[in-house]
Ligand binder design. Structure first.
Ligand SMILES: [Mg+2]
Length: 184
């Protein structure tokens, strides 16, 4: 029986994670241009699933996760690392619906999706989960959020080029930075 490309990549990531001295207890992901290649508040409902596990909006515009995101979420779940969403979209309801249509909502234990400062999202995630800031790894494409949340002691990775979103390389680099910081 042949394995799919995603399974092969997933296996590679699992080994990579195994090789890290210290892993985060929780990963926090921004959504727009980190997890998916769109601004949720620009999409038009209703959404429908397509055959490839993606979705399209009412205009037929593709609503897609960045290619490595599902593999990354699966690996986190397998390792028992919690996953939280932190997004300041002005359309939280649509965001949650898109997570459901793309079948990624099952990976998350905490959702902070409403317009506010990232500090507020993190304060809520911290108190609801009990995970300390130092044990969190955060990915976002907004530089201001990265500077703010770094001050809490969270390890933060800035996704500079929003065309790529959360790629496998960026995820691995984030894990390396986290492990390095905690092995000193
Ligand atoms: Mg964003």
């Amino acid at each position: 029986m042949s394995s799919t490309r995603a399974e092969c990549e997933g296996d590679g990531l699992s080994e990579f994670m195994q090789s890290m001295k210290v892993l985060p207890k929780m990963v926090v992901l921004n959504l727009d241009y980190t997890v998916w290649e769109l601004h949720v508040d620009m999409t038009i409902q209703p959404f429908r699933s397509d055959k490839k596990g993606g979705a399209v909006d009412w205009h037929g515009h593709k609503l897609a996760l960045f290619p490595d995101v599902r593999t990354i979420m699966t690996a986190l779940q397998e390792k028992g690392i919690k996953l939280a969403a932190a997004s300041s979209t002005t359309d939280p309801q649509t965001s949650r619906q898109l997570m459901a249509v793309l079948k990624i909502d099952k990976f998350f234990s905490h959702f902070q999706i409403f317009p506010t400062k990232k500090f507020k999202h993190f304060k809520n995630i911290q108190s609801a989960s009990g995970v300390e800031y130092k044990d969190m790894l955060f990915f976002d494409n907004m530089e201001d959020n990265i500077s703010d949340i770094t001050t809490l002691g969270v390890t933060c990775f800035y996704i500079e080029d929003q065309a790529g979103g959360l790629t496998m390389d960026r995820f691995k680099t984030g894990l390396e930075q986290f492990s390095h910081k905690h092995s000193q």
